[in-house]
Structures are given as structure tokens and as C-alpha cells.
Design a protein around this ligand. Structure first.
Ligand code: NAI
Length: 284
């Protein structure tokens, strides 16, 4: 089976980007949202994003028209029977994801592959709500999905090699992304490396070892990172970061993943970084 027909469940931040990538790469794409107004919002987001791509010279008018023709927005799962691959990008809730996968398992043709864009929920746990464990995997895109090349492919204990091979070649050759493979452990590859680094920068700042500007400058000008760790933490959102750190700590019980006191205090105070205009830095 070649992957040609895609569905994306959830047209939010990640789902709308993933759907754009799928339709751009020539796939017939259906986006499912909860209700008509959210489906309309997701469609509008796609129209604006592709309009910007045209104005920046990244896409021709003709390519945009083709892309918009290949994508449709709906509020039911009924049209998903013939899908080769479904990528779920709904809210990060185990119970919501379990219910989505149970329904997908009942509706999608038996050869269809089901993927989750989850950042922290175990793929094995998600696969448990289906009867097709070998055809369930994680496809973790990075934000914004239209720009970031990386996709982590996560194999549960029961994901088949065949599924991984198919999705890996689709991700690389059709979507034009850079897939990497990992087993099903919290944080996968990137967050497991990135989060302890960000948390160490917070400890360092909290202990007064260096100013926030100097900590960030150290990594920008010494290691060619585009942002320093405290700027990046503000960008990700301190509440999101605390949540991810808690998931990692819960899984590995290693102190390096424990949320530092300063992070907890800032989140309690509603200082969530760019989202609220105040974090390690203040934003207008
Ligand atoms: P979001 O809140 O922007 O979008 C989620 C969308 O799913 C909403 O539009 C909601 O209406 C829709 N939805 C919820 N339940 C649904 C259902 N039963 N059927 C259809 N649609 C439903 O969330 P976001 O940020 O796009 O995250 C989605 C997933 O991607 C989460 O699992 C998250 O952990 C993961 N992720 C998020 C990243 C980010 O930077 N925001 C990066 C990588 C992964």
C-alpha cells in the first residue's frame, strides 16, 4: 500500500500545519474538527498560511490552488473509511486520544495506519484502545510543522517494522521531512535532551551564577544556538515546560528532569513566558 489518502484529526496549531504539509505533498487530505465553526477556523488558517507562502515566493498561485483542492474540512469521521494514514493531533489528553483511536479503529480500512502527534503520552497506551497495535505509531512533528523538518517516529512495543518502514519512507520521500526513529520512552529523543538543558539554565539563574542575558548569550555566541535556553523556555511556555518535565520525571525518576523551584513559582504566579507577556523576560 502506498500512502496517498491522509486524514488529520484536530485542526489546531499542529493539525493545521500537518494537514498543509500533507496536501502540499500531493496527498488527498481530510481534516476533522469538533464542530463547524472550528472546521471553518482551521480552513481559514490554511488559506491565510498558504496565501503568505505565495506572497513570500515559496509557492505559486497554481500550487496553492492545487493544494486547496486536495484538502477538505469536516466534523465527522464517516469519510475516513478509505484513508491510508490518519494523523491524530487533538488535545494532549489520554482519554480524548483513547476515544479518537477507538473510533478510528472501527472506521478506517483494516490496512490503514494510525499515528499520534502526542508529545508525552505513551504510544503503547494509545494503541491499546485499538485492535491494530502493529499499525499504530507516533509521528511527532515540531512547531511550526510547515517549517521544521524533523519528525520523530515512535515505535511502541508492538508497532511493526513494516509500519515503520512505510511511514519513514512516506515522511522522507513524500512529505520532504527528516524522520528519526525512537522507541516509546517519555520525551522521545529531542525533549529528553532539550528539557534537562533548559532546566539547568533555570537552576543556574536561580543560584545567581550568571545573569539571564549572559546565560542566553553563552549558548547563542558560544554554541551558535538561535536562542538562549531562558528565551527558548519563554517561547515554549513555562507551563508547557513544567508539564513535560513532570512527565519525564515521573517516567525516569532522575533529578535532572525535576521541575526547578523557580519554574514552579513562576507558573503559579501566571508568568508563563511569551503567552502571558512575562517570563524570564518581559514581552510587549
Ligand atoms: P490545539 O489545542 O491547538 O489543537 C487541538 C485541536 O484538536 C483543537 O482545535 C480541538 O478543537 C481539536 N480536537 C479536540 N478533540 C477533538 C476530537 N475529538 N476530534 C477532532 N478534533 C478535536 O493543540 P496543538 O498544540 O495543536 O496540539 C495537538 C497535539 O500535538 C497534542 O497532542 C500536543 O501535545 C502535540 N504537539 C504540540 C506541539 C506544539 O508546539 N503545540 C508540538 C508537537 C506536538
Amino acid at each position: 500500500m502506498t500512502i496517498k489518502k491522509i486524514a488529520v484529526i484536530g485542526g489546531g496549531t499542529m493539525g493545521s500545519g500537518i494537514a498543509e504539509v500533507a496536501a502540499k505533498s500531493g496527498c488527498d487530505t481530510i481534516v476533522v474538527e469538533i464542530d463547524a465553526s472550528l472546521a471553518e477556523q482551521a480552513q481559514k488558517k490554511l488559506e491565510v498560511s498558504t496565501e503568505k507562502a505565495v506572497s513570500r515566493g515559496k509557492m505559486t498561485d497554481g500550487d496553492r490552488a492545487g493544494l486547496l483542492n486536495r484538502i477538505s474540512f469536516t466534523t465527522t469521521f464517516d469519510e475516513l473509511t478509505d484513508r491510508d494514514l490518519v494523523i491524530e493531533a487533538v488535545v494532549e489528553s489520554p482519554s480524548v486520544k483513547a476515544s479518537v483511536f477507538k473510533t478510528l479503529d472501527e472506521i478506517v480500512q483494516k490496512d490503514g495506519i494510525l499515528a499520534s502527534n502526542t508529545s508525552s503520552i505513551s504510544i503503547g497506551e494509545i494503541a491499546d484502545s485499538t485492535n491494530r497495535g502493529p499499525q499504530v505509531l507516533g509521528m511527532h512533528f515540531f512547531n511550526p510543522a510547515t517549517v521544521q523538518p524533523l519528525v520523530e517516529l515512535i515505535a511502541s512495543e508492538v508497532t511493526s517494522e513494516e509500519t515503520l518502514d512505510k511511514v519513514e519512507s512516506f515522511t522522507r520521500e513524500v512529505m520532504g521531512k527528516h524522520p528519526i526513529r525512537t522507541i516509546d520512552r517519555a520525551g522521545f529523543v529531542v525533549n529528553r535532551l532539550l528539557v534537562p538543558y533548559l532546566l539547568q539554565a533555570m537552576h543556574m539563574y536561580d543560584r545567581g551564577q550568571a545573569s539571564k542575558e549572559d546565560i542566553d548569550a553563552g549558548m547563542k555566541f558560544g554554541c551558535a544556538h538561535p536562542q538562549g535556553p531562558l528565551e527558548l523556555s519563554d517561547l515554549i511556555g513555562l507551563d508547557t515546560l513544567q508539564l513535560v518535565a513532570e512527565v519525564l520525571y515521573d517516567e525516569f525518576k532522575e533529578p535532572t528532569y525535576a521541575p526547578p523551584p523557580i519554574l514552579k513559582r513562576m507558573v503559579t504566579a501566571g508568568h508563563l513566558g511569551r503567552k502571558t507577556g512575562k517570563g524570564f523576560y518581559t514581552y510587549e
